[in-house]
Every structure is written in C-alpha cells, then in structure tokens.
Design a protein around this ligand. Structure first.
Ligand code: TYD
Length: 155
C-alpha cells in the first residue's frame, strides 16, 4: 500500500494541535505506519528542502524548522500521497481552502503546520530520510474491509 511522509512542524508542536491533526488522518481511514519525535538539524533540512536552499527565505525556514522538536509520521493508504496533499491544502495558510489542515490551522506561508510529500519519488526518499526501515510497520488493521472494498486494496 502506498505510503507518504508528514512532518508536524514546530508551528503544530508549539500550538498543541498535533493530536487534532493526527485524528483527522485516522478519521479519514489512513494507517499510521511510523511515528516518532525528533529534532531536525541543518544537514537534514538542507537535504529535505534542497529545492529551496537558494531562496531568500531559506535561513528563516531553517530557523523555524529547528525551533522545537518535530513529530514525523509515515501514513499508508490507497493514493495516500494525493489524499494527504489535498487534506493539507495550499502552502500559504491564507490561501488554503477552509476544511484543509492549513486552511483551518494556519495564517502563514511559513508557519503552515505540516509538511506532506508531494510525489511518489519524494515520499520514498523522505520516508528513508526520516525513518529507519525497522521503524516502519506493515500491519493491515483488522478494520480494513470497512475502509476499502477488496478490489481497491488489491490495486
Ligand atoms: P514548498 O515545498 O514550496 O511547499 P509545500 O510545503 O506546500 O510543499 O515549500 C516548503 C516550505 O517552505 C513551506 O511549507 C514553507 C516554506 N516556504 C516559505 O517559508 N515561504 C515561501 O514563500 C514558500 C514558497 C515556502
């Protein structure tokens, strides 16, 4: 089953909304395959945000991503990368649709609560960046038949 990576950024940690957001993912029917707390350092952030290192806001982005520990989650589900991106909403919280996580919790382009992988290639690299293989669990929960039809799971 497809997997994606979510980071609960310092904005979520400081504002105490990790539980509410994790609940949204569980409510939707996504499976938690990995979950842990860690501090991000400059090296991992330079790799993770390599597409942004030349941007003028990069030093501020680095600082805020290291402002507190973060929680990283690996979520599993059918088409989970796209589903989580839709649930996350636009980068800038002020542009994000109400009902999305950023639309409901953020007022900022930078302090935007969570990161979510944007493609299959990124998800694969990001899960390997933040988790050791033994920290990812394959466990189809007992309730799976009530989340998907058997045809969808076999896809
Ligand atoms: P990006 O990968 O473009 O967006 P997304 O998180 O929606 O995939 O940007 C990564 C992070 O960089 C973004 O979540 C917050 C920060 N950022 C800024 O601080 N200012 C900006 O103008 C942009 C585009 C991003």
């Amino acid at each position: 089953m497809q997997k994606t990576l979510v980071i609960f950024k310092p904005s979520a940690m400081e504002r105490g909304c990790v539980g509410q957001i994790l609940t949204r993912f569980q409510q939707k029917g996504l499976i938690i395959s990995g979950l842990k707390m860690m501090r991000l350092d400059e090296a991992i952030l330079r790799e993770h945000y390599s597409h942004l290192v030349e941007k003028p806001f990069f030093p501020i982005l680095l600082k805020t991503m290291m402002a507190s520990p973060v929680i990283v989650a690996c979520l599993a589900g059918v088409d989970v990368i796209n589903v989580v991106r839709m649930m996350t909403g636009a980068t800038n919280g002020r542009d994000a649709q109400p009902g999305t996580i950023r639309g409901d919790f953020a007022m900022s382009n930078q302090e935007n609560i969570i990161h979510a992988s944007s493609s299959a290639e990124d998800a694969d690299a990001e899960i390997r960046r933040f988790f050791k293989p033994e920290e990812i669990f394959e466990w189809p929960p007992a309730y799976m038949d009530f989340i998907y039809s058997t045809l969808e799971i076999d896809e």
